[in-house]
Design a protein. Structure first.
Length: 270
């Protein structure tokens, strides 16, 4: 009934009990999980694929996060181009811009973002976007939208704006370019009024839910390590915002996921 469309299950936070975490997700009704394949940058870019190969209900992505953009080199791009052809890789990401932490210089972030969009277009994979502006600014949003419009929108492949934190106007710009909008646990936070306002307005057929675990655990788990089972709390809160049940949001966003990625709902038909 629920799909966690964005989980970092490869992280050290799960080394001690990863199997139990995944089992709890299944018990909570999580049908599919997307294991994000950023790892720690070049050298670990197959981390999502490794998990997907172990579990039939887990899919994977590959990509260099803007934090590690400064580590990207031709060898890493060539490796990703090959990894992207693996059967359970369904998207390229997360990629984009992060001006909040600036772990990599902004010009390098932009170059690596553009290069990865070019590679994703070559293998016909949608992209998963990370966009975080500097404090009290729209700088990263402006650059991200501009680069997507220039280098990605003409492909028609679309993508996911993951862990949405922007305004309704930002969401509308992404929707107009063929993107899905994915909400994480921070939509449940009392002060997240901007995110909640967007969650009320994004068309239900263009919405996904995620955990972004181990980060951003939703209420009532805030402050704990997040895990895929908690995605139902995000569904519950969006349901409250939209006057729908937890199950209705779960079913709608699951259907959106299968449709967007052209994936079968039954595993035995893969």
């Amino acid at each position: 009934m629920f799909i966690d469309s964005h989980a970092h299950l490869d992280g050290k936070q799960f080394h001690a009990d990863r199997e139990q975490v995944i089992a709890r997700a299944r018990e909570a009704g999580v049908e599919r999980i997307v294991a994000i394949g950023n790892g720690d940058g070049p050298g670990t870019l197959d981390c999502g694929i490794q998990l997907a190969n172990q579990y039939d209900f887990i899919y994977a992505t590959i990509g260099i996060h803007p934090h590690e953009a400064k580590l990207a080199d031709d060898a890493a791009f060539a490796e990703m181009e090959q990894l992207a052809k693996r059967p359970k890789v369904i998207a390229w990401g997360e990629i984009g811009l992060d001006y909040f932490y600036d772990h990599s210089p902004r010009d390098i972030q932009q170059r690596v973002f553009i290069r990865q969009m070019e590679l994703a277009r070559g293998v016909k994979l949608p992209i998963v976007i990370h966009c975080r502006p500097s404090e009290n600014s729209e700088d990263a949003w402006q650059d991200c939208v501009r680069l997507i419009a220039q280098h990605w929108s003409p492909s028609g492949l679309g993508g996911i704006l993951h862990c949405f934190t922007g305004t309704w106007e930002h969401a509308k710009q992404a929707l107009d370019m063929g993107f899905m909008i994915s909400f994480a646990g921070n939509v449940t936070f009392p002060k997240a009024q901007q995110i909640q306002a967007a969650a009320r307005q994004v068309p239900l057929d263009r919405m996904l839910i995620e955990t972004d675990c181990p980060y951003l655990a939703p209420i009532p788990h805030r402050g704990q390590r997040n895990e895929p089972a908690f995605v139902r709390e995000t569904a519950r809160h969006i349901g409250e915002l939209r006057d729908l049940s937890t199950e209705e949001i779960g079913s709608q966003t699951a259907g959106n996921f299968y449709r967007f990625f052209s994936l079968p709902e039954k595993l035995n038909s893969i």
